[in-house]
Write a protein that binds this ligand. Structure first.
Ligand code: GLU
Length: 277
């Protein structure tokens, strides 16, 4: 009798687990009984969020791991999901992920759809050009130029609105595609945050260079489902910890090694206090 009861109990448990993992819940149990957290990152941004033969590396990955740990999830309880710029809000709204750590700028427009914790880093929008390019030394040199950026990013819009209505803009799903377009001469420059471009320049082994004239301030936040202020508070506590105890600096140094890129010390590290009200 007891064995039977046990079996029934286990069958129900297994069923609940299956339902739970199919449904978009925050902490869902795997069949081995461990809860998991689903985190959206980029897969194609070296130094930030990068998929490298089945592993995930970069500053965003390290920040995500640190925060997850503080929330009670070890590394093997993290399920990494690719969250391209354009899909971030929808992924959070649909509950496909529990949080997004993907060079995700906090903006008023996005705050209507998602809640942000952070900021945990402040980048600046910049330009990436071919090594032999000498005419583009800032955003004011872009008249008539062909530019690549990523759909759903803040980067493309900023150029059009603030610098040149005369740029020809090509939009791609990811920054790797933009870098390819720049290599092949289809565009004259790629625009997005300096820290992303620095990673791409390094990966190009000197064929591409960062212009290094940042012209915006991008406050990187951790996106979560709208209204989850309790979680935002917990994430901010984790981020403050990470900054205070030196893990933040270590993660940044480790991931930027070899790029020659220096984050703006006037802004970094920032004070994480978003989304708590
Ligand atoms: N930080 C900018 C944004 O959130 C550009 C980088 C990106 O596309 O992830 O839109």
């Amino acid at each position: 009798m007891k064995i039977l009861q046990n079996r029934i109990f286990r069958a129900i448990l297994a069923m609940l687990c299956t339902i739970c993992c199919v449904m978009p819940l925050t902490a869902c149990d795997r069949s081995d009984g461990k809860k998991v957290i689903r985190i959206g990152i980029k897969f194609d941004q070296p130094g930030i969020g990068f998929k490298k033969s089945g592993t995930y590396v970069g500053f965003d990955v390290d920040v995500a791991k640190y925060v997850a740990k503080k929330l009670g999830y070890s590394e093997d309880q993290i399920v990494w999901k690719e969250s391209p710029s354009k899909q971030r809000e929808t992924m959070l709204q649909n509950g496909d992920v529990d949080m997004i750590v993907a060079s995700y700028s906090i903006t008023d427009a996005r705050k209507k759809m998602v809640t942000f914790a952070g900021p945990y880093f402040i980048a600046g929008q910049d330009l990436l050009v071919r090594k032999d390019e000498h005419k583009v030394s800032g955003p004011n040199d872009l008249d008539g130029k062909r530019l690549c950026s990523v759909s759903g990013s803040t980067s493309a819009i900023a150029i059009k609105e603030r610098y040149s209505s005369k740029v020809q803009l090509m939009q791609q799903p990811g920054y790797a595609e933009c870098a390819t377009a720049l290599f092949s001469g289809i565009v004259d420059a790629v625009t997005t945050d300096d820290i992303i471009l620095a990673g791409l320049a390094t990966a190009s082994r000197g064929r591409l260079k960062l212009v290094n004239k940042p012209f915006t301030a991008e406050y990187y936040g951790i996106g979560i489902k709208k209204g989850n202020t309790g979680l935002a508070k917990k994430i901010n506590t984790a981020l403050k910890d990470m900054i205070r105890n030196g893990s933040w600096k270590r993660a940044l140094d480790d991931n930027l090694r070899g790029t020659g890129f220096k984050p703006n010390a006037k802004y970094n590290p920032p004070i994480p206090q978003e989304g708590e009200k």
